[in-house]
Design a protein around this ligand. Structure first.
Ligand code: DGY
Length: 327
């Protein structure tokens, strides 16, 4: 009997794939760039399974192009690239990679927070330029972190992990009330976090860290109106999805001093940035590397592979987004 065919749309860490290699016929895109749409649709024509990326759009057209598809595994926790409703309508299970990247992403959010607050990238540039004149009492002053208020937008796994990591810095923690009204017991009991309204979170936070998924409700959540409600001294961190922030408005808000700084790992139109953003010294800009540690990226590959193997065997994958299709 021939082995099922599985397409992987971009090279992934090998350590995660060994089990898959033994059980399927693997067809890997060897080019380290997102597949063009036509390449992708052609590659999946006779695929039984696909492991894809946040840059691959998994929608009705994709499913039409892959009539033999039994399951799709996303190599990301965010799944705004997948039309889950459409997959469910067609009875196709789809999965993501939660948990394994929680700490790495939360750690990077802290890295950005410190980099902006203490002007780490800017001052590293001073040293490299050879223009540092020597120590001076008025130089490169930034913002304290300890004791300042941290506001979490999206208190799910990563937002919770980030807030818990604040314990060493003695920070009051605020988090945004969820639409369902469900409270985060972990945050409330472990860091005494306060569940507040959108307005209150914006007005009271010194640091606002974004961890919510991208949905129609969160697209452009941060626009000029929101920035104007924030403290002028506030710093915004985003390690979630770029379109949660209206990037042109962020550039204007930084230029005009509505807020003091921003640390971004994600962008509205990746890989392109809004005009003017790159010129702003009060922004620290990273190339979507929240989960980019060796162990995390390997664990993501392993989890995506386990998800896909389960789908091929007709069992419920460990982190399925629509388990009802297998019930
Ligand atoms: C995700 O997993 O959603 C990240 O953006 C990539 O690791």
């Amino acid at each position: 009997m021939s082995l099922p065919k599985v397409v992987i749309t971009r090279p992934l860490p090998e350590a995660g794939l060994s089990q898959l290699r033994e059980q399927v016929q693997l067809v890997e895109n060897k080019k380290d760039r997102p597949m063009q749409r036509t390449e992708l649709l052609e590659a999946v024509q006779d695929a039984h399974g696909v492991i894809g990326l946040l840059t691959d759009r998994i929608d009705a057209e994709f499913f039409d192009a892959a009539p033999k598809l039994v399951g799709y595994a996303n190599y990301a926790v965010g799944y705004d690239n997948i039309d889950v409703t459409e997959a469910t309508r067609r009875g196709i299970p789809v999965s993501n990679t939660p948990d394994v990247l929680t700490r790495a992403t939360a750690e990077l959010a802290w890295g950005l927070l410190f980099a902006v607050a203490r002007r780490i990238v800017e001052t590293d540039g001073v040293m490299r330029s050879g223009h540092w004149p020597g120590w001076g009492p008025m130089q490169y002053m930034g913002m304290d972190v300890s004791g300042r208020t941290l506001g979490i937008v999206g208190a799910g796994r990563i937002g919770t992990a980030m807030a818990l990591m604040s314990r060493g810095f003695d920070m009051p923690v605020l988090y945004l009330e969820s639409p369902s009204g469900r409270r985060n017991q972990i945050l409330e009991s472990k860091v005494n976090a306060q569940c507040v309204s959108w307005e209150e979170l914006l007005q009271r936070s010194d640091f606002v860290s974004v961890h919510c998924p991208l949905t129609p409700a969160t697209r452009h959540l941060f626009d000029r109106r929101a920035f104007r409600k924030m403290k002028n001294s506030a710093i915004l961190i985003n390690t979630a999805r770029g379109p949660v922030i209206k990037e042109d408005d962020l550039v204007a808000a930084l230029r005009e001093g509505d807020i003091a700084g921003a640390g971004l790992d994600v962008y509205e139109k990746e890989p392109v940035m809004a005009d003017g953003l790159a010129a702003l010294q009060q922004a620290v800009l990273l190339p979507h590397v929240g989960s980019a540690t060796h162990t995390t990226r390997e664990a993501m590959a392993e989890l995506a592979a386990r998800n896909l193997l389960a789908m091929l065997h007709g069992t419920v994958p460990p982190t399925c987004l629509n388990p009802e299709v297998l019930a």
